[in-house]
Design a protein around this ligand. Sequence first.
Ligand SMILES: Cc1cc2nc3c(=O)[nH]c(=O)nc-3n(C[C@H](O)[C@H](O)[C@H](O)COP(=O)(O)OP(=O)(O)OC[C@H]3O[C@@H](n4cnc5c(N)ncnc54)[C@H](O)[C@@H]3O)c2cc1C
Length: 438
Amino acid sequence: MMFPISVASPVRFPGPPPKAADVVVIGGGVIGVMTAWYLARRGVRVVLCEKGRIAGEQSSRNWGWVRQQGRDPAELPIMIEALSIWKGLEAEAGASLGFRQTGVLYIANGARDMAAHEAWTAHARAHGIDTRVLSRSEVAAMLPGDAGWTGGIWTASDAQAEPWIAVPRLAEAAAARGVRIVENCAVRALDITAGRVAGVMTEMGRVAADRVVLAGGSWSALFARTHGLGLPQLSVRATVAATAPLPQIFPGAAADSRFALRRRQDGGYTLALRLTHDFYLGPDAFRLFRTYLPLIRKDIAGTRFKPAAPRHFPDGWRTPRRWTAEGETPFERMRILAPEPDPAQVERMRDRFAAAFPGLGRPLIAAAWAGMIDTMPDVLPVIDHAAALPGLTIATGMSGHGFGIGPGVGRVTADLVEGRAPRHDLAPFRLARFGTYV
Ligand SMILES: Cc1cc2nc3c(=O)[nH]c(=O)nc-3n(C[C@H](O)[C@H](O)[C@H](O)COP(=O)(O)OP(=O)(O)OC[C@H]3O[C@@H](n4cnc5c(N)ncnc54)[C@H](O)[C@@H]3O)c2cc1C
């Protein structure tokens, strides 16, 4: 199995874009697609520009977990709504998204882990989520393996969906509702007139619109910065592997402190190492080092520092920070941000899987890939108007858990764009929480 979305994938939504719209959405990941979806539902004329392919980046490369469990409490109201949206999404889209409420299991590898998991259940109780604490034997009954597991927590209502199937199908359904999607169409810059947004300059020409949504995933900070807007966002590389089909030992998603697995609809498992990522140093990483220090300290054991990102990455040493809308920009130079997976990590996943499930042995790997996870210093997204640039709304920095919450963030962002009450407290997601940073 090759990773299913690449620059070789046919363009399903060709250009050029129309000359005008009510709203332009930048980015065809789950956040951009679902924001456009909700706007179109209200009769808003939306153009969505994607520099590469729909869901080519994080939105297809993720683990596919749709979870409430373990989230920051600030996100829980939107996540609870997202889960209820997911439940009706296949019917609304008229297509299978691989959505299944098969539960999420967090397993403890000792007393410290167990205490942290148990502490989180207070948030579940406060929000009426069905999370349960499991004993060692309850974990063993649920997931027949052993890697020194001492107990865990379990949320039966948590779910999964198939990322590289779901988001492209949602985009097709959004297009059927009137969203004008254009792939291979990088937005080079905002068109700003008299201090406010008047449209976007794309590689296929200008689109006039007085409202624009920036949902550019790992590219959002680079884009914002060219307009003097500071977004303290960084990205890390995370490696994932898909096993060939294997017997079902567990239908849902589970993780201990060392590795994570999810049973896919095609009968294989999606595997990853828990809390392991590569941090490429670049100009933004240096500039933001102090801001990120608490996060770096917390994750130090799982962070591998690399002196430089590969060419053309958003925080590459030679990636331009300024450009004109007339020429090629960094967005066209990297249509799909597709980092190489780390083969050593894939081998470790196989080892850990085999050690935990000796009956299944070392799994055959059908595909391995990596994604750049975009994050904010407090691991919470930015969902806000850009005060300094009237007309611009930002929905980015999903910090490694934007797939599951995506439909909820899309609904909220569409309300923000429309000037309606978003129905949730968005104070934790304000851009101004980072102060003024450029
Ligand atoms: C390995 C991995 C595992 C993960 N596991 C989970 C999980 O299990 N559950 C979960 O909830 N989340 C998970 N996540 C996180 C989740 O995938 C992301 O938070 C989510 O997909 C982000 O969606 P997005 O739309 O913000 O960004 P993206 O999906 O990255 O989309 C942004 C899009 O914007 C486009 N773009 C950028 N700039 C421009 C421009 N100037 N012009 C035009 N287009 C542009 C890009 O090409 C890209 O397609 C994981 C992420 C990774 C990488």
